[in-house]
Design a protein around this ligand. Structure first.
Ligand code: T5A
Length: 216
């Protein structure tokens, strides 16, 4: 078992990221690894507080750049409090959403200037990039239906789930574009599979990309 790596899971609503994060962490642990699973927005107490505000739609009226700033503030705390310390202790870190969510949801869909967003990203992550990003590709109609089925009675739709189908189709394309531009980091997985089949495909990608390499 090589020492831990930073892995991120990305994709549209209900694509199966949280389910896959659990499956991957179980397989890594069975293989003898120490694993920390986390999510964005969130992952630290301050970041979870920001999550609540943004997903409740309280920042929406200030525009996409303000939302990007909030996600970035949450990310800085999450990186400092949880991700870097976990990696420095040789844990694997599996994070449900990270920079690509900001690039896609706020950058592409929010129409923020690409150069400005890149600068914000660089300041935010301060050199920390995922070693591997698994992009779960799924027809948004299927993903949104999954997310709706999981919702408990009376629970409201969040800030981004309530966007139009056109928005979610553009999201899917934007993720695929990131994968085309960064093939070294990104692997696209067909998320229209059973959870077990998706976990197998993810494990194969992880094994191929990470298990054979040793950090210097
Ligand atoms: N956001 C986030 C931004 O706009 N910018 C940012 O920078 C960041 C970090 C986060 C929202 O914030 C936005 C993006 C999001 O809109 P969230 O509630 O965390 O909000 O939303 P999601 O990350 O989309 O989480 P979901 O829980 O909706 O989706 P998952 O994690 O992809 O799906 P999962 O695993 O919870 O599964 C959903 C349902 O489908 C079933 C599960 O059992 C569950 O019921 N399922 C499957 N069914 C069939 N086949 C499979 N393979 C399945 N996998 C799971």
């Amino acid at each position: 078992m090589s020492r831990g790596h930073f892995i991120t899971l990305e994709g549209g609503e209900g694509a199966g990221k949280s389910t896959l994060a659990r499956a991957l962490s179980e397989r890594l642990r069975a293989d003898g690894a120490s694993v920390v699973t986390t999510r964005e927005p969130g992952g630290s107490p301050k970041a979870e507080a920001i999550r609540e505000a943004v997903l409740a739609g309280r920042i929406k009226e200030y525009g996409a750049f303000a939302e990007a700033l909030m996600f970035s503030a949450a990310r800085i705390d999450h990186i400092d409090r949880l991700i870097r310390p976990a990696l420095s202790q040789d844990n694997w870190v599996i994070c449900d959403r990270f920079i690509d969510s900001t690039r896609v949801y706020q950058g592409v869909l929010g129409d923020i200037d690409a150069g400005l967003l890149k600068e914000l990203e660089q300041v935010t992550v301060d050199g920390l990039m995922p070693k591997l990003t698994l992009i779960l590709d799924l027809d948004p109609e299927i993903g949104l239906a999954r997310a709706a089925r999981r919702r408990s009675p009376g629970e409201s739709v969040d800030r981004f789930e309530s966007e139009t189908l056109t928005f979610h189709r553009r999201l899917r394309e934007a993720y695929l574009e990131i994968a085309r531009r960064e093939p070294q980091r990104c692997v696209v997985l067909d998320a229209d599979k059973s959870p077990a089949a998706l976990a197998d495909a993810a494990w194969a990608a992880l094994s191929e990309r990470l298990m054979t390499t040793r950090e210097p």
